[in-house]
Design a protein around this ligand. Structure first.
Ligand SMILES: *Cc1c(COP(=O)(O)O)cnc(C)c1O
Length: 224
């Protein structure tokens, strides 16, 4: 199967899951996760019409996308940061990405707000929630979400919703339902959840953005 075929097949499964959940298929967006993929596969996805992409590292995203974005050939393309953001990469991230999905701590909120002001580039953000409360995982603890949201609003950060990466060994449906409930409590519309293995479950639980790598591009090559 070509990457265009993969995207068509995915779109069909997404539409079906949305319809079965009584949702408008147009309310679910595919974020094609291009991390660790070779440039020719990324080009194929662009040629297939895909415009929304996700990367989990700032430096790699820059190598993949800086020239393509600067070329202006795809003015409607949209790049999401879906991995942890170190404060020393904030400047580069604000310049490159169109959405930061992984806001998770107060210091980062302050730095993002300052940098967006400086670059006059106010990009939408999501807050990553550590729904499984795993000590090694990034994301704000659910009980600290209200305080973090208050800080974001105080700084004028445009928080559109929530994102989560459930624990690898858990049934993900409960985490997705939990994230949906948190978003509803805070009047947030965007829900980034679900990957290649569980995006239909995520759509049934209300995902507006699913982050899919393998099912779009094929297996990531084992290279650094
Ligand atoms: C890699 C990655 C994905 C995509 O995973 P697949 O299983 O390849 O679909 C989704 N979200 C995040 C945060 C990732 O790092």
């Amino acid at each position: 199967m070509s990457i265009a075929d993969n995207i068509t097949a995915l779109q069909r499964r997404m539409d079906k899951a949305a319809r079965e959940a009584g949702r408008d298929p147009a309310s679910v967006h595919l974020v094609a996760v291009s991390k660790k993929q070779p440039p020719e596969r990324i080009r194929s996805a662009l040629e297939a019409g895909q415009r929304l992409f996700g990367e989990n590292r700032v430096q790699e995203a820059s190598a993949h996308w800086e020239d393509i974005k600067a070329s202006g050939a795809y003015p409607d393309m949209n790049l999401h940061l879906i991995g942890p953001l170190q404060t020393n990469k904030v400047k580069e991230a604000v310049a490159l990405f169109d959405c930061i999905e992984t806001v998770d701590r107060e210091k980062l909120v302050h730095m993002l707000a300052r940098e967006m002001e400086k670059q006059n580039r106010r990009i939408p953000c999501l807050i990553q929630v550590n729904t499984g409360e795993e000590s090694q995982k990034s994301g704000v603890a659910p009980q600290n979400l209200p305080d973090l949201l208050t800080v974001c609003r105080g700084e004028g950060l445009n928080i559109q919703g929530l994102m989560c990466i459930p624990p690898a060994d858990d049934a993900t449906g409960v985490h997705f339902a939990f994230l949906h409930k948190l978003a509803a409590e805070h009047g947030l519309q965007t829900l980034s959840m679900g990957m290649s293995g569980d995006f239909e479950t995520a759509i049934r639980a209300g995902a507006t953005h699913i982050r899919v790598g393998t099912a779009v591009f094929g297996k990531r090559p084992d290279i650094a």
